[in-house]
Ligand binder design. Structure first.
Ligand SMILES: *Cc1c(COP(=O)(O)O)cnc(C)c1O
Length: 222
């Protein structure tokens, strides 16, 4: 679907929810997409992108940034502690902060490098054992821990379970954010970004609806 149509749908959902125009950031999720599709979206002026792997992002974005100028990059996939330094160097935001060890590593890097991406705490709202994220009952304590480390926590992020109505998960995340005094809500993907916006999403992460189906093997460049 053309980028302009996605932007229209976001604008309509935002208006319908009675929220201010422009309050939702579209993160175009470019993981495992052919480079030509990513370049096409950059050529249309879009400048906010999401990747789920540090290494894949390292392979393509330094060059794309050289060619297209400033791009805001969001890490939306799990982050291993040993890749935290590379992630801090490359990304403007990390949406997958989910454990004390990672928070501590990011705090040390922030001190040393004098910068830290905007951070979102990932919450496992579906209590799925295989999925990353802090459990709902641990969110308040973990957000407090991140704040005690002086980390710039901007909001919460969730990936609702496949094949379920996502709305209750979006509502739960919004509740937890307001309870902890966080204004950012990273939620909503290709199939459900409008209902995420209705529930208060500030960042929607949309991949296949913009770029088409992912093409295995396309992510690795160079
Ligand atoms: C891949 C991915 C998306 C985008 O998914 P689509 O269904 O293609 O829009 C969003 N969020 C996360 C965390 C992802 O890994």
């Amino acid at each position: 679907m053309p980028l302009a149509d996605i932007n229209d749908r976001i604008a309509q959902a935002t208006a319908k929810a009675g929220r201010p125009e422009g309050c939702v950031t579209l993160i175009a999720v470019s993981k495992v997409q052919p480079l030509s599709r990513v370049e096409a979206v950059l050529s249309q002026g879009h400048r906010s992108f999401g990747e789920n792997k540090v290494q894949e992002a390292q392979g393509k974005w330094p060059d794309l940034r050289d060619r297209f100028g400033n791009v805001t990059l969001h890490l939306i996939g799990p982050l291993q502690t040993n890749k935290a330094r590379a992630a801090v160097g490359l990304f403007d935001a990390i949406h997958s902060v989910d454990r004390p060890k990672l928070a501590q590593a990011l705090a040390r890097l922030a001190q040393e490098m004098g910068l830290c991406p905007d951070l979102f705490v990932q919450v496992n709202t579906g209590l799925e054992p295989q999925k990353a994220g802090v459990l709902p009952q641990d969110v308040d304590a973990f957000v407090a821990e991140c704040r005690a480390l002086d980390l710039p926590v901007m909001g919460l992020m969730c990936i609702p379970p496949d094949g379920q109505d996502a709305s209750p998960h979006f509502a739960m995340l919004a509740d937890m954010a307001s309870r902890t005094g966080l204004s950012g809500l990273s939620m909503g993907m290709s199939g459900d970004f409008e209902s995420a916006i209705a529930a208060g999403a500030t960042h929607v992460r949309v991949g296949s609806a913009i770029f088409g189906e992912r093409v295995p093997g396309s992510g690795v460049v160079g």
